[in-house]
Design a binder for this molecule. Sequence first.
Ligand SMILES: Cc1ncc(COP(=O)(O)O)c(C=O)c1O
Length: 322
Amino acid sequence: GAVPTRVGNEARAAVEEFFPPSHGLAVFYSTGMEAVEFALRVARQVTGKKGVVGFNGCMHGKSMATARLGWPNALATLPDFHSLPYLPERSEGEILESVRSTLATESIAAVFLEPLLGSRGGYIPSRPFAEQVSSLCAERGSLLIVDEIFTGFFRTGSPFLHRELGLTPDIVLIGKAMGNGFPVSGVVVDRRHPIAGSMLPGSTFAGNPLAASAVLATLREMRAHDMPAKVHRIEEVILAGLNGLTELGVALRGKGALWILELPTSMRVRDVMAHILQHGVIMSPTANYIRLLPSATITIEHLTDACRIIREACRAQRDTGR
Ligand SMILES: Cc1ncc(COP(=O)(O)O)c(C=O)c1O
């Protein structure tokens, strides 16, 4: 991973085109979790502080540390990790209060935020909330780290959701869509925070030529299409096709091409998933949520049909559950 390659440099430049000149790609990795771990090291080194704040329900990975940030990880009690209650259990006002008091009383290196709860209920915080978290970080000398591994590169319509929330994070974590299925992630850092060897950047497969080629090809392809328009059309079809599910007690939350169905307790996720899969639609379950993540290349006919199958699966479950 340490040897520079031409394709690696081109992939780096292609990523950086998506960011203002103030921010640069510090390093590629293979998985999201590695990117988050690196961000933890950068934050501690840059600020000289140890504490980190995450929000319950935000997914940042499954290593001991990343899972401790926002996920139930009974196996790790790490010192200096503060996992704060979040949406929908608390109001934005209450969450801000807990951020304010944690930053005031603890020595916090960074606050981690997933801008859309992609592995939980699909909640997106309001812009004023996000801006206040950012201001609190700036006041207290803590870094703001936004995890766009799931939401980045047009998944929700715009290149990055944090911009719609009015944020200029110190670190943006990227991954998933930029490899179009190939495992690759990256860490984009404000250039005011130089990367030092003591932050342990890189790993065996970080930025390998195959991963770099996947990034380069994917980002070039994205540039060749009107991605916001494509994703907007996907959103319209999903809303038209699935909004009616609220009548069955199914909540629909999300944005662009990232949607989460929250099923009522009377419906079993496993059975709904089995029905949907049997009819040829692949979705992704987590807890009592089902995620619909169409690719940008999906045809409107396929998507409309998928929505019909999802509606039928939920109706069938409602009827057997009666
Ligand atoms: C927002 C977010 N961050 C980080 C991760 C962790 O990525 P990985 O599973 O590649 O380690 C995920 C995985 O789903 C994610 O959705």
